[in-house]
Design a protein around this ligand. Structure first.
Ligand SMILES: [Zn+2]
Length: 255
C-alpha cells in the first residue's frame, strides 16, 4: 500500500461527514489544486490524522490507492495551524466564505499557487484580528482580493478607462466597467472618496485591517459592485454569504 501512497500538502477547505464514522475531505493544494479523499473511520479514530480533521487544518495528506472514485486518506501530518486561537463568529463566517470561494474556483489536478496563497493569507489575516470591527468592509476585502486572485477584479489603484491614478475619488457605474475617474465619466462629484479608495486598497491587502470608516455612500456602492462581480463568477451564493448578509444587516444601518 505504501508504495502507492502519494503526498499532497495543502489546506483543508471542506470536511463532510459520510455515514456513521467516515469523512470526505477536500484539500486545496498549491501544486495539485483541489484534492478530495475518503477518510475511513476518521470520526472515531483520529490518530492517523494527527488529531481531528477540520477546515483550515494545514498539513501533508498521505493518499492511498482509490477504492471507488476517491483516493483513501491514509494519514494526515498536521503542519503549523492557519488559525492559531479561536475565531469569533464573524471571523469564522468570513474565513468560511473565503474557503467556499477558494473551493468554487479550484480545479482537480490543476496547480494554483496563487489561489492557495490567497486563501492562506486571508485566513491568517482574519485569524490574527481579534474581533473584526466592520464585517461588511472585511467582506469586501475578502471578495475583491479573491477576484484579484482569479484574475477577475478591475484595478483599484487607477481608472479602468484611462489608467490615471486617483486624484479626486472614483465612480463605479457598472460591475464590469470597473472604477473610473470623474473625467472619464464626465462627472463633478465622486461616489467613492479618496479615503474610501485608500481603505479599499488596505482591505484588499488585509481584510482584517482596522482601517477608517468608509463613507456610507462609498461602502454601499462597493458592496453592490463587488457583489455583482461575484455573482458573475459564481452564479450562486456561498452558504456563508447568507449568514454574512444577516450579520452585515445587523451592523450596517445606512441601507
Ligand atoms: Zn479615467
Amino acid at each position: 500500500m505504501s508504495g502507492a501512497e502519494q503526498r499532497v500538502e495543502g489546506v483543508l477547505v471542506r470536511v463532510q461527514p459520510v455515514g456513521e464514522a467516515d469523512l470526505i475531505v477536500t484539500l486545496l493544494s498549491a501544486d495539485a489544486g483541489r484534492v478530495e479523499a475518503y477518510a475511513r473511520n476518521a470520526r472515531a479514530s483520529t490518530r492517523r490524522f494527527g488529531g481531528r480533521l477540520e477546515v483550515f487544518g494545514q498539513g501533508s495528506a498521505r493518499l492511498g490507492r482509490a477504492r471507488g472514485s476517491l483516493p483513501i486518506l491514509a494519514g494526515f501530518d498536521p503542519g503549523p495551524a492557519l488559525v492559531g486561537g479561536d475565531l469569533d463568529y464573524t471571523g469564522l463566517l468570513l474565513c468560511s466564505h473565503a474557503a467556499e470561494l477558494a473551493l468554487a474556483s479550484s480545479q482537480p489536478d490543476h496547480a494554483d499557487p496563487v489561489l492557495h496563497a490567497w486563501l492562506c493569507r486571508v485566513v491568517r489575516a482574519l485569524a490574527a484580528t481579534r474581533g473584526v470591527a466592520d464585517p461588511a468592509a472585511a467582506r469586501i476585502g475578502v471578495e475583491l482580493s479573491w477576484l484579484q486572485a482569479i484574475g477577475a477584479a478591475p484595478p483599484i489603484d487607477l481608472c479602468s478607462s484611462c489608467g490615471t491614478p486617483w486624484q479626486a475619488g472614483a465612480l463605479w457605474p457598472r460591475p464590469h466597467d470597473g472604477l473610473r475617474c470623474l473625467r472619464c465619466e464626465g462627472r463633478e462629484a465622486a461616489d467613492i472618496s479618496l479615503s474610501d479608495l485608500d481603505l479599499l486598497a488596505a482591505l484588499v491587502r488585509d481584510p482584517g485591517v482596522a482601517g477608517g470608516q468608509p463613507t456610507p455612500r462609498g461602502a454601499r456602492l462597493l458592496r453592490q459592485r463587488v457583489a455583482g462581480l461575484l455573482d458573475e463568477q459564481l452564479g450562486r451564493r456561498t452558504r456563508s454569504a447568507s449568514a454574512l448578509d444577516g450579520l452585515v444587516a445587523a451592523v450596517v444601518t445606512d441601507d
